[in-house]
Each structure stands twice: as structure tokens, then as C-alpha cells.
Design a protein around this ligand. Structure first.
Ligand code: BGC
Length: 608
């Protein structure tokens, strides 16, 4: 406990317990470190928690194994064949908005590389491919007044090539590249966007719906609303009304999503028999100090303000009470006449509630939360009233915000199950980045996928979460929004120094395709054929539950393993040869030294 610290008196406390020296009873209160130390004693060290052990088992037989991209990040062809400009074209062409002033003008040139993209999808052996449609490529001014058939043909060509390869397309209608023409009249702030988005969706269903069974209306409305219109670090890059604009934009995004869902439901579902939903992203959040209730409350607010902002209206109807109360109270306290959070009418609540066929979910990382009082500031972070940090033991990635924390994946999946009525879930994104020197042996990515997908399996098998699919982010290195090409999330590396932009497999490709072939992580004792020795077709070693985490986790491909074995063998030969030479040399030297014994024995010994 804190005590008299010599020359420092009571100012410096070394104790596991705080002692109140102003109180004559000298009460002792355990600090966080006391609880921590208690756990070490109880566990007699640091045993591997159950949670970190690998689980054997597999997913449903009809599981969706997919990989994702987005139009602006990969397509290029920014002015090809009558395409209109998007807000990302404008944003990236504005100096200093994107790292290194990178743009998506060419990106991965997917607009001209359908065959190449489908070839690497086949190599991965995915059952589905998630990509997005560039709204201004199809509707250059954002409206159906003019349909750009050439642009639409690109998607026909892609969908046909996918179907020919037995890969199901999973199409996102909006992955952030709004037609600039619509931004010029207010973009997502102007509620006429709701019908414009509905008309765009209607057109796409009518043209592609007979071939496509999986749809996403809007990708990550949180990012559109808060990153694009609050922080302003994504297009359209607006940051001067952070207290109101993100909420208005979110309101219109929700209404637009609902209209697109209803069009599909009313006009196309019966005939086309597809499924359609919104994709929501969220971090998981833990209390920074698990012994503090206020940190628990802060952690809860992180999830309620990110996931709940959109999921609550879609699944439960209306915004959550937490958001409504906090934003109203803070608005009124700042002297505003009403809440900065817009209200839905009862009809709108009814129209939005239930507009899902599955829960589309993007997840990457976990944060540790604690309360922060932003006083009178009026913006999303101040409303949420939380500071976040990461645990220092979580592995880094190429993105400052992304720390490897697989346990949070299972936790947030359980949260979704409890909170939103056990919906069918499709993971529509999950993955990790690197930056700096290129190394195709992306051990961190193999590790990440193995651990995160195993947590998904635990959520499915042990917790009964209704998981139907998993999508890795992303197929190949591409334009990572405001960080340009510097952060690389791809399973395939894109060689920019070659004008053909070849797609080169990183080692994680073998690992992911192996998990796909095994439909999870079968018990080695099951003798599952996916565990058979390496052939040309499968290039990773068998997945074994008991394999040291480092083996599969290190993402060692069979080729790596073979190289490692060969190297070991070569080293062994050198060592044996060396030992023989040394012994022979030693004997000869000994003989010689005997001859010269009386001359310079000391010198001989030293030289030898
Ligand atoms: C987005 C992707 C993005 C990825 C990694 C998601 O927020 O949907 O477009 O590249 O995360 O940052």
C-alpha cells in the first residue's frame, strides 16, 4: 500500500492500494494494479485464455465465402465511356486531401481488367464476390434522365464473367462515390436524394437483378455521415457543421436505404428472389478500466453511437433512447431550441423498421473506452463523450486505427444477436493492412484471418449466432481512401511499377483459400480431405487444432515450409562437414603440436 516514501513523504505512492492519509482511519482502496496482481497470483502466471485457443469445426454447408472491393478503390477509368464525376474524383483531385495526392484515376484499372480480376477470384476459390457500382458511371448526373449504357455494360461483363466462373455477385449500390452533380445540389444533406437513390436502385435491379441475388444498399453509413460530413477527412470533405450535418446526412441515408429496400421488396423480390440489406460497420469497445462502471458506460456508448446509430432504426425502429436523450440534453444545454438529432415521423419509423434481409456487418478492431467531458462542444464525439485508446499488447497494422483484437469480433457478434433479435448475419468486410516495404510473406494477414475467422466460428458454434457468410477485405491492394495507396489491405499485391498492374498473390491467399476449402477449421482427426497433403491445388500445410499458433498463424505456406526444411537440411550438412573438418584438423594439429611440444605449444593452442 502507499506509505511514507522517505524524502518524498506521502507524495509518491508505490502501493497496490491507495491509502487516504487525510482520514484518521487510513482506509485502503485497491488500485487497478491490485486487481491485476491478484489475477496473476490466482492464475499462477499467464495461462492462455480459453478464448484464445483455436476451435475445430466448420460453418454451414451453404456458407458464403467472399472477398470485397469498392468501385472507386479499384476501377480507374475515371473519365471512360461517358462516366460522370464522383465526389471522390473531386476530393482526390484537390491538393492535400489524399496522401501523396494519390487518385483513383487508374487505381487497379479493374474497368479494363475483368478477366484478371476473375482469375484471382478463382484462385482464391471464393463462392461470392462483393463489389460496388459506381453511381456516376451508370448515371453521370446522378439521375435517370440519362443512362450511360457503356458504363452499365462494364457491370454486365463483370457479372457474366463471375457467373461463368460459378461465383455469385454481391453488389453494393453505394460505396461512397456519389455523383458530383448531386453533391452540387446538397448531396446527402438534401432530402431529394432519397428518391434519387431509390430511382438509381430501381434501375440497377431492373437491369442486373435477373443475374444477381445478393445486394447491399449502402456501405458503412457511419463513415459517410461522420467521416465525410463531420471530420471531413473523406469526400465530400465537409467539417464546418459537425454538430448537425452528420445527423442530417445519417437521417437521409437511412431513409434512402429504406426506399431502395422497399422497391426491391415490392417490385423485384418475387421474381428475382434475392436478398438485400444495409451494411453497418462498428468497432467493439471494452472499458479501459474493467473495475470502473463509468468506463463500462463509455464503452457501451461507443457501440450505441456507431453500430446503434443505424442498426437501431433498421432493426428496432427509431434511434436508441441513449442517443436521443444525450443529444437532446446537450443541445438544449447549449441553448438550442431543439435536439440536433432529427426526428423520424411515426410513418418513417414504420417505413424504416424491418428493412433488412440479413445483417450486413463490417468489423476490423476493438477500442478501450473511458468517459471524456467535452463541456459545451457540439459534435458527434462530444455527444458520445468518450475517449478511446488501444491495449498496448494488441498487434499493430498498417493503419493507425486498426489493432489486432480478435476477441472483440465474437463479442460484438453476440451483442448484435442480443440487441437486434438474432438476425442472420453476413460479414461483409474484415481484414488488415500493412504499409512500407513490400513483403509478399504477409504473416500478419494470415494470422489476422485465422484468428478472426476462428472467433467467427466460436460465435456460430458456441454462441448460436446466425452467421451465414464471411467476406475478406480486400481482393487486392487499392486506393485506401484518404491514405491513398500507402495502406495495403489486399490479399493480392498490385505492382504499380509495371504498367500492366499485375496482381501478385501474397502468402495469405493460400491460407484464406485453405480455410474456404475446409469451410472452417476441421478437426485433424476427422481426416477431412481439405487437410490432405499439399498438392498444386492447395498450397498450405494442413490446419491442425493443436498446431502451435505460430505455424498456421505465421501464415507459412507449404512452399515456405519446404524452403525452411531445405534450409535446415543444408545447414545440417554444412554443420556435419564443418564438424568433420574440425575434428580432422584438431587431430592433425595435435600431432603437430606434439612434435613441437617444447617449442611453441602456447602459440599453437591459441591459434588453434
Ligand atoms: C470500407 C473500405 C475500406 C476498409 C479499410 C471500410 O471502412 O468499407 O472501403 O477500404 O474499411 O479501411
Amino acid at each position: 500500500m502507499d506509505s511514507f516514501e522517505w524524502l518524498n513523504g506521502y507524495k509518491v505512492g508505490f502501493g497496490l492500494h491507495h491509502v487516504d492519509f487525510t482520514n484518521p482511519n487510513r482506509p485502503r482502496t485497491p488500485k487497478y494494479s491490485a486487481h491485476f496482481y491478484y489475477n496473476i497470483i490466482r492464475d499462477n502466471g499467464f495461462p492462455l485464455p480459453d478464448d484464445e485457443k483455436m476451435l475445430s469445426g466448420h460453418f454451414r454447408d451453404d456458407f458464403i465465402w467472399s472477398v470485397a472491393t469498392a468501385s472507386y478503390q479499384i476501377e480507374g477509368g475515371w473519365r471512360a465511356d461517358g462516366k460522370g464525376l464522383s465526389i471522390w474524383d473531386k476530393f482526390a483531385h484537390t491538393p492535400l486531401r489524399v496522401f501523396n495526392d494519390d487518385t483513383g484515376d487508374i487505381a487497379c484499372d479493374s474497368y479494363n481488367k475483368v478477366e484478371e480480376d476473375v482469375a484471382i477470384l478463382k484462385q482464391l476459390k471464393v463462392t461470392h464476390y462483393r463489389f460496388s457500382i459506381s453511381w456516376p458511371r451508370v448515371l453521370p448526373d446522378g439521375t435517370t434522365n440519362h443512362i450511360n449504357e457503356a458504363g452499365l455494360n462494364y457491370y454486365h461483363k463483370l457479372v457474366d464473367a463471375l457467373l461463368a466462373a460459378n461465383i455469385q455477385p454481391h453488389i453494393t449500390l453505394y460505396h461512397w462515390d456519389l455523383p458530383q452533380a448531386l453533391q452540387d445540389i446538397g448531396g446527402w444533406e438534401n432530402d431529394t436524394i432519397v428518391t434519387k437513390f431509390r430511382d438509381y436502385a430501381d434501375l440497377i435491379f431492373s437491369r442486373l437483378g435477373h443475374k444477381v441475388k445478393f445486394w447491399i444498399t449502402i456501405n458503412e453509413p457511419y463513415n459517410v455521415a461522420n467521416i465525410g460530413h463531420g471530420y471531413g477527412t473523406a469526400a465530400p470533405g465537409i467539417s464546418f457543421r459537425p454538430g448537425t450535418l452528420p445527423y442530417i446526412v445519417a437521417h437521409n441515408l437511412l431513409k434512402a436505404h429504406a426506399e431502395a429496400w422497399h422497391v426491391y421488396n415490392d417490385k423485384y423480390r418475387a421474381e428475382q428472389k434475392g436478398i438485400i440489406s444495409i451494411t453497418i460497420n462498428s468497432d467493439w469497445s471494452e472499458p479501459r478500466n474493467p473495475y470502473k462502471q463509468e468506463d463500462y458506460d463509455a464503452a457501451r456508448r461507443v457501440v450505441e453511437f456507431q453500430l446503434g446509430w443505424f442498426a437501431h432504426p433498421v432493426y428496432n425502429g427509431d434511434y436508441s433512447e441513449i442517443m436521443k436523450t444525450i443529444i437532446r440534453e446537450r443541445s438544449l444545454a447549449a441553448g438550442l431550441p431543439k435536439s440536433r438529432l432529427p426526428e423520424f415521423t411515426p410513418e418513417e419509423i414504420k417505413r424504416i423498421k424491418g428493412t433488412y434481409d440479413y445483417f450486413g456487418f463490417n468489423h476490423y478492431t476493438t477500442v478501450l473506452a473511458f468517459p471524456v467531458d467535452y463541456k459545451n462542444l457540439q459534435h458527434y464525439d462530444a455527444d458520445r463523450g468518450v475517449g478511446t485508446i488501444a491495449d498496448r499488447t494488441w498487434l499493430d497494422s498498417g493503419s493507425a486505427w486498426l489493432k489486432v483484437s480478435p476477441f472483440g469480433f465474437r463479442k460484438i457478434l453476440n451483442f448484435i444477436k442480443e440487441e437486434y433479435g438474432n438476425p442472420t448475419i453476413i460479414i461483409t468486410e474484415n481484414g488488415i493492412s500493412e504499409r512500407g516495404a513490400v513483403d509478399l510473406n504477409d504473416v500478419h494477414r494470415s494470422y489476422y484471418y485465422e484468428k478472426y475467422i476462428n472467433q467467427l466460428l466460436k460465435a456460430y458454434l458456441l454462441d448460436g449466432v446466425d452467421i451465414h457468410g464471411y467476406t475478406a477485405w480486400t481482393l487486392m491492394d487499392n486506393l485506401e481512401w484518404a491514405t491513398g495507396f500507402s495502406e495495403r489491405f489486399g490479399l493480392f499485391y498490385l505492382n504499380h511499377s509495371d504498367p500492366d498492374l499485375p496482381r501478385v498473390a501474397k502468402n495469405s491467399v493460400s491460407l484464406y483459400s485453405k480455410i474456404i476449402a475446409c469451410n472452417g477449421f476441421p478437426d485433424p482427426a476427422s481426416g477431412h480431405e481439405c487437410l490432405n497433403p499439399v498438392t498444386e491445388e492447395s498450397t498450405v500445410p494442413p490446419i491442425t487444432d493443436n498446431a502451435p499458433v505460430g505455424f498456421l498463424g505465421m501464415g507459412l505456406s507449404a512452399a515456405d515450409a519446404e524452403t525452411a526444411l531445405n534450409t535446415t537440411f543444408a545447414l545440417l550438412i554444412v554443420a556435419v562437414f564443418g564438424a568433420v573438418c574440425t575434428s580432422v584438423g584438431f587431430l592433425m594439429a595435435k600431432k603437430q603440436s606434439k612434435k613441437r611440444q617444447n617449442v611453441d605449444s602456447i602459440k599453437l593452442e591459441k591459434t588453434f
